[in-house]
Design a protein around this ligand. Structure first.
Ligand SMILES: O=C(O)C(=O)CO
Length: 324
């Protein structure tokens, strides 16, 4: 029997780094890459039952949805679905699902990695080892302690909580700010103290990590006013979405030494264009949104995406449907 088709961004492209995950999809589906779809839209459109999407790689707009009459489900690899117009997709009778839980550890690990890399000048040290262009004893390499420092977590959902667990291992003092306070036993389990006002957290933290979803409430949540509340020795770490921070305000705060450092997995746009001021500032680390990028996490994520698509196609309620 002919397998149903899925339209997959990134995964399908020949030789793409995600090619190694294709076999678990191909057990059940034929993968149509976006490139192939563009070339043979007339022939393929009616066969596509699911779309697998990672981030902004595919714009699922009205035109695309109109061209896929038999589409049942859009499955997002990762938790954040701010790049998807869910009401529009649903208006075509198509469900949207994501893969929460699976990405939590990898994303929390990366947050810790950014904090350590920034505080301990790990990238500067590597650059020195490569080209010896700096003085080994220069203050460039003089870092700051993570152990014992105060970490402020803004957004205490699943990933924020995982960050807290890790920070506990580093004997950090942990503050958090969240729409809803966690039950006392959960706070105690990771030694986290609730700050009802974000301002308190900003003033008291050595490291502030952003772990919120992007929403109208969190859009540019951190601007010049909030940055000015941070300690001059403070570091901002962002593993949520670029747009949670006003990037111009961040550049200004770093240039004027209002805060000491920033470590960003996410920016807008992604990647930042060459020559962007954040890329040439000292004390700034910018990654190209690597939060979930581990072989193990991608393998689990792709398997989960297959499970979701199979459920949706068989008419069952798919797991992890995102409802708005
Ligand atoms: O899961 C997601 O949405 C992420 O962006 C993790 O970095």
């Amino acid at each position: 029997m002919e397998k149903p088709c899925i339209l997959a961004t990134r995964l399908g492209s020949a030789g793409g780094i995600y090619q190694c995950f294709a076999p678990s999809i191909e057990k059940h589906f034929t993968i149509i890459s976006t490139e192939e779809f563009e070339l043979k839209e007339q022939e393929l459109a009616g066969k596509i039952r699911a779309v697998f999407v990672w981030g902004h790689a595919l714009n699922i707009d009205r035109n695309l949805l109109q061209s896929l009459p038999n589409l049942i489900v859009v499955v997002n690899g990762g938790v954040g679905v701010d790049h998807l117009d869910i009401p529009l997709i649903n208006s075509f009778g198509v469900k949207v699902c994501n893969t929460p839980h699976i990405v939590d550890n990898a994303t929390a690990d990366l947050g810790m990695g950014l904090m350590l890399a920034s505080a301990r000048k790990i990238l500067d040290g590597h650059m020195f080892s490569v080209d010896h262009s700096m003085d080994y004893l220069s203050e460039t390499f003089m870092g700051n302690d993570v152990s014992g420092a105060t970490l402020g977590i803004i957004g205490m959902g699943r990933i924020g909580y995982k960050v807290a667990k890790r920070a506990q291992g580093f004997e950090m003092k942990i503050l958090y700010h969240n729409r809803n306070r966690r039950p006392e036993e959960q706070e105690q389990a990771v030694g986290a103290t609730y700050c009802e006002k974000m301002e308190d957290l900003l003033k008291r933290s050595d490291f502030v990590i952003l772990v919120v979803n992007l929403s109208p409430q969190t859009h540019k949540l951190i601007g010049s006013k909030e940055l000015a509340m941070m300690k001059p020795t403070g570091t901002l770490i962002n593993i949520s979405r670029g747009l949670v921070v006003d990037q111009d305000a961040l550049v200004d705060a770093l240039q004027r030494k209002i805060i000491r450092a920033a470590a960003l997995d996410v920016t807008y746009p992604e990647p930042l264009p060459r020559g962007h001021p954040l890329l040439s500032l000292p004390n700034v680390i910018v990654l190209p949104h690597l939060g979930t990028h581990t072989v193990e996490t991608y393998r689990l994520m792709v398997e989960r995406m297959v499970t979701i698509a199979l459920a949706a196609l068989s008419g069952d309620a798919p797991p992890d449907e995102v409802k708005v």
